[in-house]
Design a protein around this ligand. Structure first.
Ligand code: ZN
Length: 142
């Protein structure tokens, strides 16, 4: 197990622009506000979705693109450092016009229709991502 002592600090609430790339817009906000450690949540709707699924055997992501509108039922993620830059790792649950939901690892290429977010700063030692041999993922290093 790996843990880090943190304190939840102040943050930001806001709305992303129509047509923005969801992951890139949130990452850009972290850069602008110098957030290196944090948590993010959002609800709203997307015009297009791109999500990933990590294959635990091949250690590769499969990315799926859905060119239609969905509700964002939930987006939950964290902010930490990868290669010295803020990186958001977020998962998203979407629902279609019949209320069916699905989701995955949020990837660039998910386009905002409307989105309300909360971005909270966390105070504590920086968590840095590095290659994890066992999973093949860029996980937090002790
Ligand atoms: Zn993920």
């Amino acid at each position: 197990m790996m843990t880090s002592d943190v304190q939840f600090g102040p943050g930001y609430m806001g709305r992303l622009p129509h047509g923005a790339d969801l992951l890139e817009a949130l990452t850009q906000l972290c850069v602008e506000k110098a957030i290196q450690l944090g948590r993010v949540e959002a609800i709203g709707a997307v015009q297009r979705a791109r999500i990933g699924f990590y294959d635990q055997t091949t250690h590769e992501y499969t990315f799926m693109t859905f060119d239609q509108s969905y509700e964002i039922l939930n987006l939950t993620g964290n902010v930490s450092l990868r290669d010295g830059k803020p990186m958001i790792h977020a998962h998203i649950t979407l629902s279609d016009h019949e209320g069916r939901s699905f989701g995955g690892h949020l990837a660039p290429g998910t386009i905002v229709f409307a989105c309300e977010f909360i971005l909270q700063r966390i105070e504590g030692a920086a968590l840095k991502r590095g290659f994890d041999e066992e999973t093949g993922l860029p996980l937090w290093q002790p």
